[in-house]
Design a protein around this ligand. Structure first.
Ligand SMILES: N[C@@H](CCC(=O)N[C@@H](CS)C(=O)NCC(=O)O)C(=O)O
Length: 224
């Protein structure tokens, strides 16, 4: 199976982390987001959304990182996507929560407009207003995640064993490091992220993005 991806892509790393951690072999093909390869005709023919990741399994193509890891997990029979109806529903619930709730405010509202020039809003007032809104909303989501969704007892999002939701959610929360948040205000999130970052696949998968984060050091960001 082939994965079209880029190591600086949050959603690509979700798939990379899951596959690497679970020992699922993929043929990795970089699509260079920095030169705009994803916007060119050959890749647009593969994914008309012009986004990575894309999984190719023979003639079957799949987009959306959440759908991709579910497909890989089912194929491998991974316990990270349990068969039990209610346990699986809990994992789905948590994945939807990250994708639909926190990511739009934390990723697209707060972090990306500050670190990716293409996401910066036109004009200082619009940029400042976007960041202020997203900072407040992100703070509410993070508090809910810390207090209610993780809480003081669980090692992982859906209990004491790792699930697909952890691979998805951890990539989104790890972005906070890029704008200088140490998660000190969110001890349960910090503990959970400690477990995720201790996975042996974490360092190799995050080499490129950590290099980018290092290049941002010294800049001042609106953060939570
Ligand atoms: N909902 C998609 C989002 C994919 C996505 O946003 N990919 C980004 C990288 S993280 C991308 O390809 N961006 C290229 C661009 O915006 O031009 C998923 O979960 O896979």
């Amino acid at each position: 199976m082939k994965l079209y991806f880029h190591p600086a892509s949050t959603t690509s790393r979700v798939v990379q982390m899951f596959a690497t951690d679970q020992g699922i072999a993929l043929d990795y093909q970089v699509v260079d987001l920095f030169t705009g390869e994803h916007m060119q005709a050959p890749f647009a023919a593969i994914n008309p959304n012009c986004l990575v990741p894309v999984l190719e399994d023979g003639g079957f193509r799949l987009t959306e990182c959440s759908a991709i890891v579910k497909y890989l997990a089912d194929q491998a029979g991974s316990p990270a996507y349990p068969r039990d109806l209610q346990a699986r529903a809990r994992v789905n619930e948590m994945m939807d929560w990250f994708n639909a709730n926190i990511y739009k405010d934390l990723g697209y509202g707060l972090i990306y407009p500050q670190i990716f020039p293409g996401h910066k809003r036109p004009g200082d007032a619009v940029q400042a207003g976007t960041l202020a809104w997203a900072r407040d909303k992100s703070g509410i989501w993070l508090k809910t995640l810390d207090t209610h969704l993780i809480g003081p007892d669980k090692a992982y999002l859906c209990g004491n064993s790792i699930s697909l939701a952890d691979y998805l959610g951890a990539e989104m929360i790890a972005l906070l490091g890029m704008i200088g948040s140490d998660l000190a205000a969110y001890p349960n999130i910090r503990r959970w992220m400690g477990h995720m970052m201790a996975l042996k696949s974490w360092a190799p998968v995050h080499g490129v993005i950590n290099g980018f984060a290092a290049s941002l050091k010294g800049q001042t960001f609106v953060t939570v």
